[in-house]
Design a protein around this ligand. Sequence first.
Ligand code: FO1
Length: 307
Amino acid sequence: MITTLAGGVGAARFLEGLTRVAKEDISIIVNTGDDIELYGLHISPDIDIVIYTLAGRVDGEKGWGIKGDTFHCLGGLQKYGYETWFMLGDKDLATHIHRTILLRKGLKLSEITDRERIALGIKANIIPMTDDKVETILMTEKGEIHFQEYMVKSKTQEKVLQIKLKGVEKARPAPGVIDSIKKASKIIICPSNPIVSIGTILSIQEVRESLNETKAKIIGISPVIAGKTVKGPADKLMSSLGMEVSAYGVAKLYSDFLDAFVIDLVDENLKERIESLGVKVFVTDTIMRGLKEKVELARFTLEATGV
Ligand code: FO1
């Protein structure tokens, strides 16, 4: 089994390639720290991004939401005076209504996610990191805000002083998370935000411990290329927290368990420094412009885990 740790858009794009080239079963452990409740509905953006992408439903331009979706419901809510900064499409809302109904019936997020991926014909196993509530809260100069408010509402304008993962101390891995790590022959850390996506998954103590204990090769792909991220605020967050915004800075965050790291051609000069952390480095073109590049990056990563 190949087990992966995943956030949103970058991970989903990589997984689109991986599901096409991997011969083994795939298990995807997904961040839920970005989950938010809006209009009484439970929204799990990273789970939805991964599921919509693997089901071929995602809006490929944005990387989130459903292609061809409309926003009539949101328009209606705006007329009633609701805030509508989070763009929930009409088709997308069906997912959040379904999830919320099942949560109210007492089902766990992991059970609901499994039903969702089966309903959409996805073979890979998709597991939320936890069934417990974990909320990524950013402490800014203007006070505490939810990660989605920082990213979507204020468009990353606030200066972030600290990150708080509310509820993480008590959070237990969802059923299947630790088992997927223990049974994996290879583990891949997707090119996702190392602070608020992968970092959040790793903050669940048992997850990090089992990564340290496994004999499976663990390989990561850098989401930072030439000091910047392709999508999302990882670069801004790393810089605010005083970290080096580079593939080296990311590798350092994972160096206690990482065996190998895939970095972009433009960062080849960082190879030696990263290898000084005890991590073998592989260099390739990591920009996933289309399906061809996603498949090539997945194939390259799998071959690199052979070392
Ligand atoms: N990202 C945005 O930048 N703007 C949005 O309005 C937005 C809405 C949205 C709705 C459903 C969903 O599943 C994801 C959505 N995202 C939106 C993406 C999301 O905020 C982030 O990409 C992830 O949480 C980061 O991993």
